[in-house]
Design a protein around this ligand. Structure first.
Ligand SMILES: Cc1cc2nc3c(=O)[nH]c(=O)nc-3n(C[C@H](O)[C@H](O)[C@H](O)COP(=O)(O)O)c2cc1C
Length: 330
């Protein structure tokens, strides 16, 4: 168990923050499958201060996803500190600072992974956020470095710890790598060996077996799963089973997958309304179909999902296309 101030995390797998994907519906679903900690989509500190409603919506924490952090991005200590007040209104279990986003829209302003080019500024930001956060733990999410010529995650991690960060997530790739394999897990171990606060390892965990290897190879306190959970929220159940009972669990069958997809999309519609919920559900539906017969043809159907009843039609078509290989046991 990880205990940092009032934050207690019982378990070894976390859901990664994923803007535009890991919204409250998805986070609650993953928590239900055993994700022991969730981090919300990044919210702009400046946007929050200027009263942007969409930025503020990203701070909502659902009861079923706790313990959960909200995540802030920005590069001015003063704005980051002022955004904390907004964040605290939603009683997050932790406030995470984004120092890893590789998107030019974010890095061109000096935020996200661009912060790693200025280690001193990383420290100033952490100090400013900690000063406003009271007893809510402040954590950071970093990358290996900006590029292969400037690998500095150990230095940045130590500076953040010194400035008051309570936990560090290391995405084991440089910014130049974006999301390209391979993730360099040795760097997670290097950070773990260098700091005294808990370290979450992140990058390329796609199976329960990957999670065990990362824990073993790096000594990290927890693994964080991003893309491996898309259309695959039960990965957390699989990781926990392998970790706690050394028992690998099989893939769920078609009916379970379709029923989880249905539940997930209904939750999105409940939180965001049918118009936005159904549009945002399209990419999730395509991920759930991965590996099934006819998936590429049926992906076009996913792209047309508009009203809730379209989901029932889609599921019927998936079952028809796979009827000869349907496992009726679940
Ligand atoms: C669609 C998408 C959105 C992301 N959004 C965020 C974000 O808001 N904040 C953040 O710190 N990382 C974000 N990330 C990075 C992930 O949290 C994670 O570090 C990365 O995907 C590597 O983990 P993985 O190999 O398990 O996917 C995002 C990744 C993806 C694919």
């Amino acid at each position: 168990m990880i205990k940092i101030g009032k934050l207690e995390i019982k378990g070894i797998c976390a859901l990664a923050p994923m803007a535009g994907v890991a919204d409250r519906s998805f986070r609650e679903l993953c928590a239900g499958y055993g994700a022991s900690y969730c981090v919300g989509e990044m919210a702009s500190a400046k946007g929050l201060i200027l009263g942007d409603r969409k930025s503020e919506e990203l701070l909502e924490v659902g009861a079923a996803e706790r313990p959960a952090a909200v995540q802030l991005f920005g590069c001015e200590p003063e704005f980051m500190a002022r955004a904390v007040e907004k964040a605290l209104k939603y009683s997050p279990d932790a406030i995470d600072i984004n120092m890893g986003c590789p998107t030019p829209k974010i890095t061109n302003n000096g935020s996200g992974s661009a912060l790693m080019k200025k280690p001193e500024l990383c420290g100033e930001i952490v100090r400013a956020v900690v000063a406003e956060a009271g007893d809510t733990p402040v954590t950071v999410k970093i990358r290996k470095g900006w590029d292969e010529d400037s690998v500095n995650c150990v230095e940045v991690a130590k500076i953040c710890e010194e400035a008051g960060a309570s936990m560090i997530t290391v995405h084991a790739r440089t910014r130049s790598q974006m999301y390209a394999p391979p993730a360099d897990w040795s760097i997670i171990k290097a950070v773990k060996d260098a700091v005294g606060i808990p370290v979450i390892g992140n990058g390329d965990v796609f199976t329960a077996h990957d999670a065990m290897c990362m824990l073993e190879e790096t000594g990290c306190d927890m693994v964080m799963v991003g893309r491996g959970a898309l259309g695959n929220p039960w990965i957390f159940r699989q990781i926990n089973s392998l970790y706690e009972h050394s028992r690998p669990l099989p893939e769920p069958g078609l009916f379970e997958k379709m029923s989880v997809m249905h539940k997930h999309i209904l939750a999105m519609v409940e939180h965001k309304g049918e118009y936005i919920g159904m549009r945002e559900a399209r990419k999730h539906a395509a991920w759930y179909l991965k590996g099934f017969r006819g998936a590429s043809r049926l992906r076009n159907e996913c792209a047309k999902l508009t009203v809730v009843s379209d989901v029932d039609e889609l599921i019927k078509k998936v079952i028809e296309a796979n009827s000869s290989q349907t496992d009726t046991s679940n």
